[in-house]
Write a protein that binds this ligand. Structure first.
Ligand code: FAD
Length: 508
């Protein structure tokens, strides 16, 4: 079941932390997962669960234990089906990659799907299409288009979860609810689990920090986003959405950041008809644009002429039924002008190759940051990037941008800022040049987290807590609620065998 022949790639994830493991298993079915857990239990070992290891919070990095990799559980279990008018689903194994799902959906003959007239998509897209569907579910991943579509949770209709003792839970959306803050679940084997939910409520901003808790909540939501600490997800029923008829990508360039925030706020307060067509609103600061410039020889991504004068950019993805009317372009021009920018400073794409280039543009920034960090790690092996994942309410957008710039400039740190400004959730990537800068950046990050929590925000909007952000989860919820999370885990995993020390320390 477990082999000691562990390929080096399975000892790390995209956080670039390297762990160690005593063995690895590659189950192909739910029954194999149950057998692997039983074997780990008999060996008295804890288990690290792995999807595609694209996570950046260190959750999939083994900790001298046994790895259960879901890489070979990558099949489609049930093809695209219609459950009722306008509701389409597909059921997959957790190791299926997002890119594989996307390719599969592109090739589905839509005429063979009853009642469907347009191609179907699975909207969550954490930029990194090599993420697995199981990993995305375990982390409640989101991405640029979550501005329109919400995070992964919203698109999950059902899951099968294997608990530490090998029992399975089949959870369907709309079927299992907590009563207030108490709950009762019966496993497929007929065993009853009853308990209490912690006292906190998940924030209203975008959040993937800790267990998602609400009174009377759907119990499926406890497992979505639980980062493999409550059970291993082995089957996932996904809700599919009809693809928009037309997409336009527009990158708007600005010479001042205040113009950028103003532009975003104006976009967000347009009529509900306009808002419904906005898929994504993404931000790039000057450092991010410089990185795209610098990487051009490698990526072939050349910014348009005039870019040397631009300090920030906003990428907007527009989904509309008729791009030819051009109304959205007129609106963008008007808004840019009203923010004091020139409507000529835009880059437009409406065909597939153009949109692909824009996607590469967005992906280039985190990839470049990761490769700089890999280079610096040669001299400082302990060095990692410090990537923030904080979100705030709409009203605090300008304040949070000021907070970041002031702190970073005062500390003279190298950094880029990019990401999901439409959700008030940008990633500051501090790129330390040495371990002193790393320590300074880390202190700054904790300081920001405290402020963001005071504003009603989240310490992790999408990447999750993993092993690297446990202190921040404590900042958000406090030690008493962390203890309540520990007690909740113990109900499903009494010996803390599954992904121990993720989200919080197994022991106080
Ligand atoms: C360049 C880059 C950009 C990214 N951008 C985004 C972004 O925009 N938004 C975003 O949300 N994320 C982003 N990510 C992070 C990452 O892609 C997501 O967190 C993704 O959901 C992880 O999926 P994975 O399959 O790689 O999971 P892994 O990294 O393998 O695992 C992540 C966690 O989930 C657990 N897990 C995995 N599979 C299961 C399962 N089947 N059952 C139970 N637990 C499981 C693991 O134990 C671990 O704790 C980015 C990463 C990179 C490298």
């Amino acid at each position: 079941m477990f082999t000691t022949n562990i390929p080096a790639d399975f000892l790390h994830d995209e956080s670039r932390r390297i762990g160690s493991a005593a063995g690895i298993a590659f189950p192909k079915s739910t029954a194999d997962v149950q057998a692997a857990l039983q074997s780990a239990h008999m060996q008295g070992s804890s288990v690290t669960v792995q999807g595609a290891r694209t996570g950046i919070a260190g959750g999939a990095v083994p900790d001298n234990d046994l790895i259960i990799s879901l890489a070979r559980m990558n099949h489609i279990i049930s093809p695209v089906a219609v459950t009722k008018v306008g509701e389409y689903t597909i059921t997959v194994q957790p190791g299926l990659l997002l890119s594989e799902l996307q390719d599969h959906l592109k090739n589905v003959d839509i005429s063979s799907v009853p009642l469907s007239t347009s191609p179907l998509i699975f909207p969550p897209d954490p930029t990194e299409a090599s993420a697995s569907i199981g990993g995305m579910t375990a982390c409640n991943a989101s991405g640029a288009c979550s501005f329109a579509y919400g995070a992964t949770r919203k698109h999950i209709k059902g899951i099968t979860v294997i608990l530490a003792n090998g029992d399975s839970l089949t959870l369907k959306r709309g079927e299992n609810f907590a009563t207030g803050r108490t709950f009762e679940i019966i496993t497929d084997q007929g065993n009853e689990i009853t308990g209490k939910l912690p006292q906190y409520n998940a924030p209203t901003v975008k959040s993937a920090a800790g267990y998602w808790i609400k009174p009377d909540m759907e119990l499926i939501d406890l497992f979505i986003g639980s980062e493999g600490t409550l059970g291993i997800i082995t089957e996932i029923e996904l809700a599919l959405t009809p693809a928009p008829a037309e997409l336009t990508g527009i990158i708007c360039f600005f010479s001042r950041e205040s113009q950028t925030v103003d532009f975003v706020n104006q976009l967000r307060t347009q009529s509900s008809e306009v808002a419904a067509q906005l898929n994504a609103i993404e931000y790039f600061n000057e450092g991010a644009l410089n990185l795209i410039h610098a990487s051009a020889p490698k990526t072939g991504l050349l910014l348009p002429k005039g870019s040397q004068n631009w300090k920030n950019a906003i990428y907007i993805e527009w989904a509309q039924s008729n791009s030819l009317s051009g109304e959205h372009l007129i609106l963008v021009s008007q808004l840019m002008q009203s923010c004091g920018a020139s409507a000529d400073d835009t880059w437009l794409a409406s065909d597939a190759p153009g949109l692909k280039r824009m996607k590469a543009f967005r992906h280039a920034v985190p990839e470049q940051v990761n490769s700089i960090i890999s280079e610096r790690k040669r001299k400082y092996p302990e060095l990692t990037k410090l990537g923030t994942d904080l979100s705030v309410p709409d009203s605090q957008l300008q304040a949070v941008m000021n907070l970041y710039h002031t702190g970073l400039q005062a500390a003279s740190l190298e950094y880029v800022i990019f990401g999901h400004i439409g959700d008030n959730h940008v990633h500051v990537n501090i790129i330390p040049r040495n371990m002193e800068e790393y320590a300074t950046g880390k202190a700054l990050y904790t300081q920001w987290a405290k402020q963001v929590v005071e504003w009603g925000g989240s310490v992790s909007a999408e990447h999750g807590i993993g092993t690297l952000k446990k202190e921040l989860l404590a900042v958000m919820y406090g030690n008493e609620q962390i203890q309540a999370m520990r007690e909740l885990k113990a109900l499903f995993d009494p010996s803390f065998m599954l992904n121990p020390n993720r989200l919080f320390e197994a022991e106080i």
